[in-house]
Design a protein around this ligand. Sequence first.
Ligand SMILES: *Cc1c(COP(=O)(O)O)cnc(C)c1O
Length: 369
Amino acid sequence: MRPTRALVDLEAIGHNMRAFCRLAGGAKVMAIVKADAYGHGAVPVARAALKNGAAFLGVAIPEEAFELRDARITSPILILGSRCEDVAQELAALNISQTVFDIETLAVLETAARAAGRRAKIHLKVETGMNRLGILPGKALEEWLDALQACPHIELEGMFTHFADADGAQEDYTLTQAQRMAQAVAQVRARGFAPIVHACNTAGILRFAQFDYDMVRAGIGLYGYPPVEPPEGTVFKPALTWRSEVAFIHDLHAGERISYNGIYTAKTPRRVATLPVGYADGYNRLLSNTGFVLIGGQRAPVIGRVCMDQCMVDVTDIPSVKVGDEAVLLGQQGAQRLNAEEMAQLCGTISYEILCNIGKRVPRVYYGE
Ligand SMILES: *Cc1c(COP(=O)(O)O)cnc(C)c1O
């Protein structure tokens, strides 16, 4: 196996899942495992989450749901954000729930479900302020409910909305969204439906427990990176360690440049380690001359441009370093830790993108089951 790999601690996933179950009180928890479980590997993470209390799995697209069913995972699964008409029959046959955010889709699903001899399970997406996908409360929702009542093969299993600013500095936008959601819930219940209501993502769970409803959707916190401070006594553990190994060591004289375009010139003699990891593995090119890795329990700065398959780090101050030594890109080594939030800040992004971008060719290794 390549020395550049991602080690995923399934006990940390289990720990984080149990923390969400405690925080959610009596509400169910949907474990969000879209984007290959934020780069951690959908099937092993889904199994660990289900073992530790998840009631539902959430994915983004049908292919992600099929991967879970192919692995014989039988739990409820919801596809959160994708049109699915072309696979409507398969979804009904595999008991996979999908999100509906317009009227037209209802007729298509009714026909497909009838043909499959099943009921199509749907969750209604309510537009409350994200302005991405959803039906507006009020007149549009009344019309949608009229259409739904003409579809005996569709089961309204759930309804949900998504908070746009649950991690923001002010609470007011989320409070307004929740008011609109309350109106939508009242409209739906007035027609005699009793769907599972859900709204909160990780930040919502941590800051707006009053809007937990019947279920919450736990994503980034499951991987150990809550975007807002968790309550006293709750600790989320980063589950992924991204490591590589020193492939080569060489010396630079003062005045020599390194890597493409010479954006780094040695001012004094430097000892350099080359690592077999680059932007094709998801190690962001914005870390050129900016990032750090851990070698020998110390921080070694990335120097020069990150290449597609390799990058170079300055190990002048780590005299014991030798070929084959471990280099940690994300995670703990000795007393030092590099986390995805710090790396994200250096790249002008968020931990989510750092984790999702860890490439396909980086093998995932699991431990701690
Ligand atoms: C991705 C996603 C989530 C999870 O959000 P986190 O911030 O990672 O907890 C929840 N709900 C929906 C609709 C999503 O698309």
